[in-house]
Ligand binder design. Structure first.
Ligand code: AMP
Length: 277
C-alpha cells in the first residue's frame, strides 16, 4: 500500500529525504479508474518515486451538490494505487490546502473563458489554484495529466510555462471502455440505460459530421449538449445525460477540419451558456 501523507509539512520533510531521486506526480480527485491508473503506470516507468494525490477540490465545483455527490472511495483507491506501484499518497484536508481561505487565486484570462470555462464559471481558477499548490508542495520533476480534460491540460501547461515552474507536464491519452466511452468517475452515476447511450458521444465526435450536425444528433438521442467545438487540433464536447455531465474530446479530422489557416476556429456550436456542475 502507498504510504499516506496528510499534510504539506509532512510531505516537505519527506521530500528532503528523497533528494537525488526523481519524483513523478499524478494529481487526482480519487474514485480511481483505469484512466488514473494509466497515468500512475506511466509515472512509475519514468521516475524513481511515484506520488499520487487524492483531493476533492471544493473550489473547482460550481454546485455544492456536485461536490457532495463526488464519490469518495479511499480504501479501493489505495489498492489500485498499490497495484500500479505508487509509493506515496498525498491526501490532504481542505483546511491544510487553503490556509488563506481561498483569498489567493491563480487565474487565466483567455483559454479559461472558453468552452468549459464559459459553462463552469470559476472552475478553471479553482483548478489552476489547486494544481499550483499541489505542484509547489510535491516538488516533482514530472506531473502527469490526461488528455480527457484537454482544456485543463492546456491551462496547466500554460501556467507552468508562464510562472517558470520547475516541473515537466506530461500529457497522457484518454483511456476508454471497449465501447469507446471515455472513463470518468462520473460514469458510475449513469443508469444502465444512460450507460448504453453514453458511447454515442465519442462515436459522433469521431465521425466526419460537422460540429453542428453532431450537436443535433446528440439532442435527438436525448443528450443535452452544451457545446461541440473544434479548436486546438481537437474536437471537444460537453453534454448532459440526465444529471451527469460528460466531457470528451478526440483529435480533429485533418488536425481540425473546422480550423482556418490561421488556426482560428470558425465553427462553434454552443447551447445557451448557463451555470452547471
Ligand atoms: P480527476 O480525478 O477527474 O481530477 O482526474 C485526474 C487526472 O486523471 C486528470 O489529469 C485527468 O485528465 C485524468 N483522467 C481522468 N479520466 C481519464 C481517462 N479516461 N483517461 C486518461 N486520463 C484520465
Amino acid at each position: 500500500m502507498p504510504t499516506i501523507v496528510s499534510t504539506p509539512t509532512e510531505w516537505r520533510s519527506l521530500r528532503k529525504s528523497l533528494a537525488g531521486r526523481s519524483v513523478g506526480f499524478v494529481p487526482t480527485m480519487g474514485n480511481l479508474h483505469e484512466g488514473h491508473i494509466d497515468l500512475c503506470r506511466r509515472a512509475r516507468a519514468e521516475n524513481d518515486i511515484v506520488v499520487a494525490s487524492i483531493f476533492v477540490n471544493p473550489t473547482q465545483f460550481n454546485q455544492a451538490s456536485d461536490f457532495e455527490k463526488y464519490a469518495r472511495t479511499l480504501e479501493a483507491d489505495k489498492k489500485l494505487l498499490a497495484g500500479a506501484g505508487v509509493d506515496y499518497l498525498f491526501h490532504p484536508d481542505a483546511k491544510d490546502m487553503y490556509p488563506d481561505d481561498y483569498s489567493i487565486k491563480v487565474g487565466e484570462e483567455e483559454i479559461a473563458k472558453e468552452l468549459e470555462g464559459a459553462f463552469r464559471p470559476g472552475h478553471f481558477t479553482g483548478m489552476l489554484t489547486v494544481v499550483m499548490k499541489l505542484l509547489n508542495i510535491i516538488g516533482a520533476e514530472r506531473a502527469y495529466f490526461g488528455e480527457k480534460d484537454f482544456q485543463q491540460l492546456l491551462l496547466v501547461k500554460k501556467m507552468v510555462a508562464a510562472l517558470f515552474m520547475p516541473v515537466e507536464i506530461i500529457a497522457c491519452p484518454t483511456v476508454r471502455a471497449q465501447n469507446g466511452l471515455a472513463l470518468s468517475s462520473r460514469n458510475a452515476r449513469l443508469t444502465p440505460e444512460q450507460l448504453e447511450k453514453a458511447p454515442l458521444l465519442a462515436e459522433l465526435l469521431q465521425s466526419g459530421m460537422s460540429d453542428a450536425a453532431v450537436m443535433k444528433k446528440l439532442e435527438e438521442a436525448g443528450f443535452k449538449p452544451e457545446y461541440v467545438d473544434t479548436r486546438w487540433g481537437r474536437r471537444l464536447a460537453a453534454a448532459w445525460l440526465g444529471d451527469v455531465r460528460l466531457i470528451d474530446n478526440v483529435p480533429a479530422v485533418n488536425g481540425g477540419a473546422a480550423q482556418n489557416a490561421a488556426g482560428q476556429h470558425n465553427e462553434v456550436c454552443h447551447a445557451a451558456v448557463s451555470g452547471c456542475g
